[in-house]
Write a protein that binds this ligand. Sequence first.
Ligand code: C2E
Ligand code: CA
Ligand code: CA
Length: 728
Amino acid sequence: MASSTEQETEQNRLAALAEYGIGSVLSDPGFDRLVQLAASIFSVPIALISLVETERQLFAASVGLDVCETSRDVSFCAHAIRGDDIMIIPDARVDARFHDNPLVTGAPFIRFYAGAPLRTASGHALGTLCIIGHRPRENFGEQDRRNLRDLAALVLDKLEIRRLEMARRTSQFRFEKIAGTSPDAIICADEQGLTTFWNPAAEKLLGYRSDEILGRSIDLIAPEQFTARLYQLAAAGESLTEGRTVEMMVRAANGTMIPVELSGSMWREDGRPRFGAILRDITERRQNEERLLRLAHIDPLTELPNRTMLREQVELALSKEMTASVMMVDLDGFKDVNDSLGHSGGDAVLVNVARRLQACARSGDTVARMGGDEFAILLPGLPDAVEAGQIADSVIAAVSQLLTIDGQPVNIGASIGIAMFPGDGLTVRELLSSADLALYQAKAEGRHCRRFFSADLREEATLRRAYQGELARALAHQEFELHYQPQVRLADSTLVGAEALLRWRHPQKGLLGPGAFLPAIEAGLLAPRIGDWIISMACEQAAQWRSLVPDFRVGVNLFGAQFRTGDLADKVLAALQAFNLPPAALELEITENIILRHDEHMLGPLRELHQRGVGIAFDDYGTGYASLSMLKRYPLSRLKIDQTFVRAMLESPPDAAIIRAILYLGHSFGLEVIAEGVETGEQAARLRKKGCETAQGFLFGKPMPAEEFARQFIGPPADHGRGTPTIL
Ligand code: C2E
Ligand code: CA
Ligand code: CA
C-alpha cells in the first residue's frame, strides 16, 4: 500500500500533469519528430512519449506502435517515473519485475527498455520518453544515456510551451501567476504594440528590467518581424489563437541577437485586443538538436553517413536521376582482425577502409557505413554497368591493399554486390535488396569479388527462404537423423569406426540424402545449429558403442558456417566432455572448399582441437587444388582419398597413380590415409597392397541407421567378451 505522503505526491503529480491538457497535447508534429529521432538514433523499432495518468499511460507520440494507450498496471513507464534518472531494463525476460508482463510475453514483445523521466521544473515526472527493442541490449552506455536525456529535455521544452498556452486560456490572473515562475520569457502588449507585461525570465533573457520596458514599444526587441507576427494574429480572429510557434531572432538590451522560439496569441480584455508571446532561448536547444540530428545520420566512428542517411540519399537520387548504381561492400576477414587486434584495432581498420572507399568514389557519390563491417556506395547518374564494375574493382583493389595497424600487417578483402537503377529495382527498398542479394552471391562464390544483381537471384532467395522455414521445422521436430557407415582396417578387416552421415526423414518425401537439402542448409543460417546437433548426436552414439568396441571412432563432417561462429573448439570439447569421450574418439572431416573459403579463420580452433588429440581428416582429397603447402600448414591427422579415384583405379593408370601419390604424400607428412568408395574386394586388395591402412565403402557397408549398424557391427551386449568384431 502506498503511504499517505506517496499518495499526496502522486496527487500533486497528477495535478501538474493536468496543467498540460493531455488531450490537446496529442498529435503534435514536434513530438512525432522527436520520437522518430529517438528511434533512429538508438536503432530501435519503438519509441514513445508516454504520459502516466491515474489508470493508464497515454502516448503523446509514438513510432512502431499502433495503440495510443495501455493500462497503467502493465506500464514500464509507471516504474520509470519513480526514479531520478533513466530506467534501463537490458532484458525484460530476465527481470523479476517484468518477465511475465503481458507487454513482454505478448505484443509488442518488449525485451529492452530505456525510459527517461519527463521531470518538470517543479519536480514532477509527467511520464517518459522511452525506447523499446525486441532484443536484449547490455551495452547502453553513458553516451546513450546522455542522448536520451537530451531528447527528453527537448520533449519537456515542447510540453512547457503547451502548459503556458493552456494557462493563458484560463484567466489573466492565473496566467500572470504561472508566468512569474516560468523559465520562458513572457511578454504582453496592447493593440499599439506597447508592452503591458514583462516577466522575470524576460528580464533575464533580454536584459531590460520590467520597469524600463513597460509602456515602450516591443519593436525595441524585434522590429518588424515581431510586430508583423502580432498583426497576423490580430487578423486571424478575435478568439484566443492556438499558438503556432515560429523561430526568429530577437535583440537584447546589449544589442546581441538571440534565436528564440516564439509562441504568440491574442485575446480581448475589456473589448480591446491584447497580444501575448512566449519566447524561449533556443541557442542551446538548436545545438542539441543539430547534434542529435547528426547522430541520427552520421556513423560516429567513420563519420560516414549511416544507413538512414544512405536511404534518404538513394531516395533523393531516384527522384532526380535517370540512372544510378548502388554497391553493397562487405569486408572479408574483418572478424579475424577484430579478434586478433582487439576492438580499437578493428575500429582503426574500419576508419581506414572508410577513407579508401571515399577515395574510390566520384565526387557526388555517397559512401555510407551500413553497420558492422558493411558499407554502401551510391553512385547517382551512373548509367553504365561496365563503369560500375570498374569502380567496384577499384574498391576491391583498394581494400585489399596491405594495411598496418599498430605495426601489425593486416590483410582484409571486400566482396561487392551491385544493383543498377532502374533495371534492378524502382524503389529504395527494391534496389537495396537487389544489391544485398548480389552481395550474397559474391560471398557465396568465394568472396573477394563483385557480382551484379540478376533476376534469378531473387527467385533463388525466395525459394531459399521458403526452404529455410522447412529446415527449421525439421530440426525442431527431430526429423534429422544420422546414419553410420563403417570404416575398417584393411590388414585384418576389423571395424575401426564410422562416418556419421546426415539424413532427413521427411514426413511427405520419405528419407532424403544430403544431396537434396545440404546446399540449402549451407546457404542459410541454420548450419551452425544443425552442425552442433550432429556433433553432439555422433558423440553420444560413439560413447555408447565404445563400451563394446573400445577404440571406436566417429567421423563427423563439418559445415563451413561452424567455423564462422568462432566457438567450434569450445563446442566440440564440451560435447566430448558431456559424453565422457577421449578426443581420439572423434574425427572432424573438412573439405577443401571449407578450407579455401575460410583460410586463416579456421586454423585457431582446428589447431587447438588437433593438439588435444581430436582427429582432423581432409575429405575428398585429390579432387581440388589442395597444394602441398596446405598439408604442412593445416593441423591434419588423415587424408581421405576421394571415391572417384578408387572407382577408376583398376582401369585407369592415372587414377592409380594419383592414389599412389596421395599415399606417399600422406605417409611423408605422417598422416594416416583412408580410401573412400571401396565397392569391390579387388579394390580393397589393391589398396591394401599399396599400403593404404583403412577403407570405407559399400563393400563393407552402406550408411545405415544406428540400430542397424549396431546389429551388424557392434553386436549385442552379450557379445561383449568376443572382442573387436571383424567385418569380412
Ligand atoms: P562424403 O563426406 O564424401 O560422404 C561419403 C558419401 O559417399 C556418402 O554419401 C556415402 O553414402 C557415399 N558412399 C560411401 N561409400 C560409397 C561407395 O562405396 N560407393 C558409392 N557410390 N558411394 C559411397 P552421402 O551420405 O549422400 O553424403 C554426401 C555428402 O554429403 C558427404 O560426402 C558429405 O560431404 C555431405 N554430408 C553428409 N552428411 C553430412 C553431415 O552430417 N554434415 C555435413 N556437413 N555434411 C554431410
Ligand atoms: Ca565425409
Ligand atoms: Ca568424401
